[in-house]
Every structure is written in structure tokens, then in C-alpha cells.
Design a binder for this molecule. Structure first.
Ligand code: ZN
Ligand code: ZN
Length: 444
């Protein structure tokens, strides 16, 4: 069967490529043995806390139409102009590997009529995103995000609920990050501000100092001048007019309410007038979760989000206020407290060790018996040496090991070893299940 199959493959690909072994694509990452417990810990904790607050898990496809992102992220955004993986499929349709989650989630909201569900609709989303940007610390070209969104809530409570959730999550993960907040105003007040901003940057002494990218931004997307990472541009941004001074009355009231609620909840934040986020669709409150920098470098962002009240309408849905945030898994993993992960791991109750063929057979039966009684049992039936089996039991931090050799098998007994104290006792093989259940009930 295998041979036939091989031949077929050879016919299709007459010469197998030779040369150095395949490497992973630049900017991509493998998750290797031993790394998953931390991922699982983050996901489980996020799922649990979000569920308690009424968020429901959803999912969307990795592939979406290119135009979805062009219409939502913004034609001039870095994502669309530089970073998207897009291609024409065989029918000539232009598709993209999703570079961010929100547009797909909004598309699903419109397409399936989630406005018919009781509002607000709160969703939790998790999955990979693809961006062909410069690989940086904790940022890969395929990276994973957790997204939390609230649809149908126009008031400041939506932002407050999301920021409160961030606060709870960070606590659960042992990550001491800072929450930056700003307001981007609305269609009524932002244009006035942008006029002033452009005026400021067009002054000769300012314009001369701008980096080439920012000179382009000045025409296409002036808000982005505020978060350029070039030192000269950063210094200029410090002296630029601040959006907060230009907010219309409703926008100002909205921001004040958000901050008041956060103060009442005892959640610390940092008002950051330079925070603009890189996307066209945000309005009013935007926020970012950053790790305070230890060196002169810019603080590293773990994620962020904001309000996007116009996005649903601009993608063809009925006007619906919405708000959301995303956290980058790989960045979170850099700062996650490893102790929290360790504590979350369930230690196996018992390790079953054996020496010789007869005892191995007996321990196979016993394994099944203990497992059915509800115990978490580990074993290494393929190992012959007792030393290496006990070394594994130690590694797994098991409390008890049960050891059976030829002598015990003949006597109808089994050896119980307390892995912490090293003390051993002989048990009746017939009674081992009930004894173990009693012992473990006591220690749990
Ligand atoms: Zn406004
Ligand atoms: Zn610049």
C-alpha cells in the first residue's frame, strides 16, 4: 500500500527538491513541547472571566475578502498599505489573511443579524492574525489575539466594562501593566482638531524636522504623526495641540463619565494625549495596555482597543455603537507570572511504576481500575528501569508512587512511596484502590 502510494507521489512530483532542510517562514513561530500550559492558562482564565461577565465565545474565518479591510482598517493604514498578506484566488477574487479581528467580527454581526439578539451582544474571540511587519519582541507575522467586543451599548459603561475586564485579567495573570486612555473625539469635533494639528506641523521649523514617513502622513493621516517612533517626531508631538482641548461637549462628557467610573472602581489609568491607535475606525475613547519601560525604550504595548461607533454602518449594517479591545498572546506570555501557570496545573495523583513483565501486565489493569475510580494516574510502561520511572514521577510532582515488582506480585502486595518524604509502606494489592482514594481525599 505504501509503495503504491509512493509511486503515485513520484509520478506527480518527478524530482523531489533536495538541498538544505526546510526552515520556517521568516517571522513565524512554532509552539514547542512544554510551552502549551502557559497558553492554556491564559485562554482558560480569559474564558472564565469573560463568561462571568456575559461574553460569549465566537469565531470567524482566517480568510476574508480584501475589500473588508480596505473599507474598515482604512485605505491609508499601515495594515492595508504595507502589512496584509493578500492574493487572488483561482476565481479572481482578492482575498486576505486577516490582519486584525474586528472587521471580521463586525461582518459576522451584520451578516447573521446579531442585532436581533438581546443587546448588548458581548463576544470573546481568539485566533491567529497575519501581518507582514517587522518582527519585534513578542510580535510575529502570525500572532494570536484575544478580542473582547461589546455591541449595542452607546454609553460609557461599555468602555468601563472592558477596562475593568482588562484589569481583572491582568490581576489573574500577575502582570503589572499600565492602562493608557485618550479620546479621539467624533466626526463633529475631530476635524477642527486635525486642522489645528496640520497647521502646527506645517510651520516651517516643525515640518523640517519630520521624518519622511510623517511628511506623507501629514497629507494622508495627520493623527498618526502623534505616535511616530522617530525621536525628532516624538519631541515635536510633545508640543502639538492636544485633542482633549478640542472635544465637543458630548465627547467631553463621555470621557469624563468613563474616567469617573474608573476612579470609583479604583482602577488606575494614565491619560495619554498622544495615544491615537493606528486605525481609521476609532472614535471617542481609545485605550492601550502597556508595560512601563525599564530602559529608555518605548513601553511595549500588550494590546488595546476603543470605541468604533461608525464601523458597523460603514460596512453596510444598521447604525450600532460598539467598543472592543484585543490583547496579544505572545506579548502576554513574555510577562505572565510562571508561578500562576504552575499552580494552575493539576498534579497527577499517583504514578504507577513497575519492574518486569508480570508486574507490567498487572499495573496495566490497575491503571485502568484507578483511572475509573476518578484518580489521575501517570505511568511509563515503556520504561524498564525503576530509577527513570521515579525520576519522571518527581518531574511531574506526583504525591504518591505505587511500585510493583516480581516479589510484590507473588505476595499480592504493592509498595506505596510518599514522593515528598520518601517513606514507603506495603499495601494489600486488593485494597489499594480504596486506600488511595482515602489518602488523596485527605490531602486534597
Ligand atoms: Zn465630539
Ligand atoms: Zn515621524
Amino acid at each position: 500500500m505504501t509503495k503504491k502510494h509512493d509511486k503515485l507521489v513520484d509520478l506527480v512530483t518527478p524530482s523531489r527538491p533536495t538541498g538544505p532542510i526546510a526552515h520556517r517562514v521568516k517571522g513565524m513561530k512554532d509552539i514547542q513541547p512544554g510551552a502549551y500550559p502557559a497558553w492554556e492558562f491564559l485562554l482558560q482564565s480569559a474564558g472564565r472571566l469573560a463568561r462571568l461577565r456575559g461574553f460569549e465565545r465566537i469565531d470567524t474565518p482566517v480568510l476574508e475578502s480584501y475589500s473588508l479591510y480596505e473599507r474598515s482598517s482604512g485605505r491609508t493604514s499601515d495594515i492595508v498599505t504595507k502589512e496584509m498578506y493578500s492574493f487572488l484566488d483561482k476565481s479572481g477574487e482578492r482575498l486576505a489573511l486577516r490582519p486584525e479581528a474586528t472587521p471580521g467580527i463586525v461582518r459576522a454581526y451584520i451578516e447573521h443579524g446579531w442585532f436581533n439578539l438581546p443587546q448588548p451582544v458581548k463576544t470573546l474571540w481568539y485566533g491567529p492574525l497575519f501581518r507582514r511587519d517587522k518582527p519585534q519582541l513578542g510580535r510575529y507575522r502570525q500572532h494570536y489575539q484575544l478580542n473582547f467586543d461589546i455591541f449595542g451599548e452607546p454609553g460609557p459603561l461599555a468602555e468601563v466594562e472592558l477596562i475593568f475586564l482588562i484589569h481583572e485579567l491582568l490581576n489573574d495573570w500577575g502582570i503589572e501593566a499600565q492602562i493608557d486612555i485618550n479620546s479621539l473625539g467624533c466626526v463633529d469635533c475631530r476635524p477642527n482638531y486635525i486642522n489645528e494639528l496640520v497647521k502646527y506641523y506645517k510651520e516651517k521649523k516643525h515640518r523640517e524636522q519630520l521624518c519622511p514617513d510623517c511628511r506623507k502622513r501629514l497629507i494622508k493621516n495627520p493623527l498618526r504623526l502623534l505616535d511616530c517612533k522617530e525621536p525628532a517626531c516624538e519631541a515635536l508631538a510633545q508640543g502639538a495641540p492636544q485633542l482633549i482641548d478640542f472635544l465637543c461637549e458630548p465627547c467631553k462628557q463621555h470621557l469624563v463619565k468613563v474616567l469617573e467610573f474608573l476612579d470609583n472602581l479604583g482602577i488606575q489609568y494614565n491619560l495619554n494625549s498622544q495615544l491615537v491607535r493606528g486605525l481609521d475606525y476609532y472614535n471617542r475613547t481609545v485605550f492601550e495596555v502597556v508595560m512601563p519601560s525599564e530602559s529608555a525604550q518605548r513601553p511595549l504595548a500588550l494590546g488595546g482597543g476603543g470605541r468604533y461607533d461608525q464601523l458597523i454602518e460603514s460596512l453596510g449594517g444598521r447604525p450600532t455603537p460598539a467598543c472592543g479591545f484585543a490583547l496579544g498572546m505572545e506579548r502576554l506570555l513574555l510577562y505572565l507570572d510562571p508561578h500562576k501557570v504552575e499552580v494552575s496545573q493539576t498534579r497527577p495523583d499517583v504514578f504507577l511504576a513497575q519492574l518486569g513483565d508480570g508486574p507490567r501486565l498487572k499495573s496495566l489493569q490497575l491503571f485502568e481500575e484507578l483511572r475509573q475510580a476518578g484518580l489521575t494516574v501517570h505511568q511509563a510502561f515503556t520504561k524498564n528501569s525503576l530509577k527513570s520511572q521515579l525520576a519522571l514521577a518527581n518531574q511531574l510532582k506526583v504525591k504518591y508512587a505505587l511500585i510493583i515488582g516480581q516479589k510484590e506480585l507473588l505476595d499480592g502486595t504493592i509498595l506505596l512511596r510518599d514522593m515528598e518524604s520518601g517513606s514507603q509502606e506495603v499495601l494489600d494489592l486488593k485494597r489499594v484502590k480504596s486506600i488511595m482514594l482515602k489518602r488523596l481525599a485527605k490531602t486534597k
